[in-house]
Design a protein around this ligand. Sequence first.
Ligand code: HEC
Length: 160
Amino acid sequence: MEKRRLIIYTFTMLFILMSLIVFVAHKRRRTMDVSTPYISDRNASDLSNGAAIYNTGEDINGKMIPIGGGPSWIIHDGGGCSVCHGENGKGKKEVRDLKISPPNIKKIIDKGNGLSDEDFEKLLKWGVVASDGRTLSWQMPRFAIPSNDLRDLRKYIEGL
Ligand code: HEC
């Protein structure tokens, strides 16, 4: 009888230990996935993710980039930067009921023009233009965009 209890006890402890190991390993993998989104096998999807965000306002997995401000139709109809700034990034004279013409952003976001990733993030999140301290009109929506998406988007715009 004692022996049987000992065996059951041992197996129970083993089971608990193994579950714990599996749980911890799983958790560590997940945090690694989140903190290192830029491992090399991700690069292949960078541009298509940037393209998806630019043209649809959703990332490559169909998740919408949360927006604030902007015209109400952008919430109802969806859409990315291209709706206002054009598929080539060169801006549009007239966009539906907007009072301001969305400018050419290709020139602004292009490589080597001094706009750092941090400046770009500030501009998209808070509408603040770092170079001259301007605050953009609310007709330009604010985008709560994750930093890896921001880099993908920038890469795409630079390639337009
Ligand atoms: C609903 C239309 C709309 C959408 C969608 C939109 N923008 Fe804009 N954007 C504007 C307008 C209008 C302005 C000009 C605002 C101003 O001058 O006050 C602007 C300004 C900008 C500027 C600043 C140019 C400057 O003067 O320095 C950048 C950069 C920009 N947008 C990038 C983007 C990006 C990137 C996206 C997509 C993530 C985006 N915009 C989506 C309408 C839009």
